[in-house]
Design a protein around this ligand. Structure first.
Ligand code: PEP
Ligand code: MG
Length: 328
């Protein structure tokens, strides 16, 4: 099968009814980069910058960050890379970056993490902004902020980047040709204010790993709950369909970058609720491309709308049955 997927490398992910789907891959380390050429993915839809911090014994100096980002962009060539600013804190505690009170947290996933840390430790975000801006000189920089809960957090993080742009401009340094700012939608509260934030966004990426744990109030790392809530739940899929609909008419690229998009039935369901861009683990690019080429988008969209309006007792079984009937 590996050989079959390799053969699909240069084939486009186009559905039977002619819709081009964007399939990007998730990455976080230099070592992930060769997968971009191997899989033929359309780009890096999520580069988890915290990995460099997690494998380092001390806070990575700005120059080291710049070097990594530059190498990533050079390897990617013409393909886009979306850099996510650090998602540390919470359960990814770094010895060199602790909460002032030095205490552990009862609920780290809902705690001091991601953009919450970045906006408080502004020096950290400033250094990362400079590193990303310098590494992207003459190219497009795509940057997104994790765990945005309210529009003002996006604005504040963007302002830190714009401050660094002004700094570099004043010193006559070469800037990126374009800067595209995006947010991750992982906290359900943001969906309620998406109409407010949308005009300021170039793109939005739904992080279904965190979004699911917050929608179901179910810790994503607790094995006792792993089987209890299905990604193919009408609650999740209706939620995502609502996000798709609320972005209609806005020039915002919408991607799903959680693990969900790398699984067959889940990817099918996401396409069925209107998602056209997925960023998934490299090993899933071939299998999902194969799936995309077998489906009739109009058909799955009509089926999903029916199922979400009047949910069957088991949506997973309904989807499985649909794939069998369509020879998938
Ligand atoms: C997510 O939450 O779905 C996501 C992509 O981010 P991470 O898995 O790194 O939290
Ligand atoms: Mg997340």
């Amino acid at each position: 099968r590996q050989a079959a997927y390799a053969a699909l490398r240069d084939v486009e992910p186009v559905t039977k009814d002619g819709q081009r789907i964007t399939l990007m891959m998730n990455a976080g380390l230099r070592d992930d980069m060769p997968n971009l050429a191997l899989t033929g993915a359309d780009g890096i839809g999520l580069f988890r910058t915290e990995f460099q911090f997690l494998v380092s014994a001390t806070l990575p100096a700005r120059e080291r960050q710049t070097r990594l980002y530059r190498e990533v962009l050079e390897t990617a060539g013409d393909k886009p890379v979306v850099f996510r600013t650090v998602d540390i804190g919470g359960d990814k505690v770094l010895p060199y970056l602790r909460h002032d009170d030095g205490e552990g947290e009862e609920n780290p996933a809902m705690g001091w993490r991601a953009i919450r840390v970045a906006l408080e430790r502004e020096g950290l975000l400033k250094a990362q902004a400079r590193a990303l801006l310098e590494a992207s000189a003459g190219r497009t920089l795509n940057v997104m902020f994790p765990m945005v809960s309210e529009p003002w957090e996006f604005d504040a993080a963007k302002a830190v980047f714009e401050g660094q742009v002004a700094f570099l401009k004043a010193r006559k340094k070469q800037l990126p040709e374009a800067i595209r700012y995006g947010a991750m939608l992982e906290v359900p509260a943001l969906a309620e204010q998406l109409d407010v934030l949308a005009p300021r966004l170039s793109f939005l990426s739904i992080g279904t790993n965190d979004l699911t744990q917050f929608l179901f109030a179910a810790d994503r790392s607790n094995p006792k709950l792993a089987e209890r809530y299905d990604w193919l739940s009408p609650s999740i899929l209706r939620f995502i369909r609502r996000i798709v609909r609320s972005l209609e008419g806005h020039a915002v690229d919408l991607t799903v970058c959680g693990e969900m998009g790398g699984r067959q039935l889940e990817a099918l369901a996401l396409l069925g609720v209107g998602i056209r861009r997925l960023s998934i683990t490299p090993a899933a690019i071939g299998p999902i491309k194969e799936l995309v080429r077998k489906i009739d988008l109009g058909g799955i969209q009509a089926a999903m709308d029916g199922w979400l309006d009047a949910p069957p007792p088991n949506l997973r079984a309904a989807l499985e049955d649909w794939t069998c009937r369509h020879g998938i």
